[in-house]
Every structure is written in structure tokens, then in C-alpha cells.
Design a protein around this ligand. Structure first.
Ligand SMILES: [Zn+2]
Length: 168
């Protein structure tokens, strides 16, 4: 078990937004070094596989934040990404911009996982530019392409955490 992880409320019953049947609700609190307390709530429906994840900082001080990190080595890929539904992630070199939408999912992983997720999202697109981006992401994941990750959140619920992260 991860000692940083604590399930605070498990298996409360909510109705699934998608199919209306009973969905499972779970809240997990994480203690994240250099960040503080993080609450992740997730709804998942066993009937239709619908899922939603929300992320909140439990820190007392919540001010608008902006972080930037230059990814130049495979090791830099371990930089942690905490993104609430209000966070915007930009990777200018790859032309990637993830902006908040009404059903934006929260996200807690590292840069490698983030690239994998973006790749999965656009790989099915038939757009020529999308295919180019997929190739660039592959290069980036193999450490063959340097890039910058910028994360902004006006609600202060997001963060980049790692040795090379700059707070702007
Ligand atoms: Zn459902």
C-alpha cells in the first residue's frame, strides 16, 4: 500500500450521470510532498463504465498559480502533474493545449502519463496535424524531443512538482 494514500469515504451511492443506475463514489486523500493534501473524488459506474474524477487541493492558501518545466531527459518525465478541472496545460513545442471544459477530468500522474493520455486522445483523429503530433509525442516520450510543460490554474488546485519546476 502507498503510505501517502488514504481512502476517506468509500462506496457512497450516487446515480450515474450517464445511465441513471447506481454508481460508486470514492474519495481518496493523498499527502503529496511539496504540495500538501490532495483530495481526489471519483465516480464510476459498474453498469455503463462511465467515470468522472475531480481533484481538489485541501491546502488553506489557494492562489492563482502558474508553473513551467523544461523536459530534457527521461528522468524529467517523472515530474508530477496535479491538474484540477480548472487547470490549463500547454506544451507549445507539440502544439498541445488542454483547457478546462464543463466535464474536464481531474488528473494526478506524471509527464510520461500525461503524454500517453494525450496520445490516446488524438491517435484516432484522421487529421494530418494530429498524426504529426502523435509522432512528435512518441519522440518526446523516447527523450528525443525537448519540450516545455506549462500549467496554470486560477483556483490554485493544480501543480507541477519536480526538481526542475519553476513557479512563475
Ligand atoms: Zn452508468
Amino acid at each position: 500500500m502507498n503510505p501517502e494514500k488514504k481512502v476517506t469515504k468509500a462506496n457512497q451511492i450516487f446515480d450515474c450521470v450517464s445511465c441513471g443506475k447506481k454508481a460508486d463514489y470514492q474519495e481518496t486523500t493523498y499527502t503529496v510532498p511539496y504540495f500538501g493534501q490532495l483530495l481526489i473524488s471519483s465516480l464510476s459506474c459498474p453498469h455503463c463504465q462511465w467515470k468522472a474524477t475531480q481533484i481538489f487541493s485541501l491546502n488553506e492558501k489557494k492562489e492563482p498559480v502558474k508553473f513551467s518545466v523544461k523536459i530534457e531527459t527521461i528522468e524529467d518525465m517523472e515530474t508530477k502533474v496535479i491538474r484540477s478541472g480548472n487547470g490549463t496545460i500547454k506544451i507549445p513545442e507539440l502544439g498541445i493545449e488542454i483547457t478546462p471544459t464543463t466535464n474536464t477530468e481531474g488528473y494526478y500522474n506524471n509527464i510520461e502519463g500525461l503524454l500517453e493520455l494525450v496520445q490516446e486522445l488524438i491517435i484516432e483523429s484522421t487529421d494530418k496535424n494530429a498524426q504529426k503530433t502523435v509522432q512528435q509525442i512518441s519522440q518526446a516520450r523516447n527523450g528525443k524531443l525537448n519540450f516545455t510543460v506549462i500549467l496554470e490554474d486560477s483556483t490554485g488546485n493544480s501543480a507541477l512538482i519536480g526538481k526542475k519546476v519553476k513557479k512563475l
